[in-house]
Design a protein around this ligand. Structure first.
Ligand SMILES: Nc1ncnc2c1ncn2[C@@H]1O[C@H](COP(=O)(O)OP(=O)(O)OP(=O)(O)O)[C@@H](O)[C@H]1O
Ligand SMILES: [Mg+2]
Length: 179
């Protein structure tokens, strides 16, 4: 992707409660792009496990990440623009998802533990248990400079976060030379 180009896809990453579904849907609506929540691509066995408060292991995540990557590839082939909300906590997962696709911009929703815990506690009707927050934070590998993520402060309103993402898209991604 040349620096002046707007990407065709956004991957909204962050731990549980950071607002991926909320902000991802809002930015997709603003852009008029498709929205996909990666949570809905989990195999049923993973949903059951998470509902029990158990952590997923890499074997559980393999079919899920494959489904998310397939979704991104489908958009690319069909020349559709889309936003995907996906925790993508490890660098390795992001590499697997993004692969050779350089027409995608990473958005990292960042906030402190207290705010994340508060949002998880206030949320109802969702399969993510608040007790998993600490393991999510332990697993999180924040994006490295070569990933050129747009970093968003989750303390802001959803509307402000959407504006911050759009501003980040206009700014030139600062990737190290060679990428
Ligand atoms: N900017 C915000 N201000 C206030 N509340 C917010 C904001 N963004 C999200 N929320 C609320 O915080 C909670 C968590 O948001 P959301 O469900 O979008 O997080 P998530 O990252 O998708 O979590 P998960 O990984 O568990 O799916 C929701 O109840 C949502 O309404
Ligand atoms: Mg979500």
């Amino acid at each position: 992707m040349s620096k002046a180009d707007v990407p065709s896809a956004l991957l909204i990453m962050g731990v549980s409660g950071s607002g991926k579904s909320t902000v991802g849907a809002a930015v997709a609506q603003r852009l008029g792009w498709h929205f996909q929540d990666a949570d809905s691509l989990h195999p049923p066995a993973n949903v059951v496990k998470m509902a029990r408060g158990e952590e997923l292991d890499d074997a559980d995540r393999t079919p899920w990440l494959a489904a998310v990557a397939q979704m991104l590839q489908r958009w690319q082939v069909q020349k559709l623009k889309g936003v995907i909300a996906c925790s993508a906590l490890k660098h390795r997962y992001r590499q697997q998802l993004i692969g050779a696709q350089n027409d995608l911009r990473l958005v990292y929703l960042h906030g402190d533990r207290a705010l994340l815990a508060q949002r998880l506690q206030q949320r109802s009707g969702h399969f993510m248990s608040p007790s998993l927050l600490d393991s999510q934070l332990a697993t999180l590998e924040t994006p490295t400079p070569d990933e050129a993520a747009i970093v968003i402060d989750i303390g802001h309103s959803v509307e402000q976060q959407v504006r911050d993402i759009l501003l980040g898209l206009q700014a030139q991604p600062e990737r190290p030379a060679g990428n």
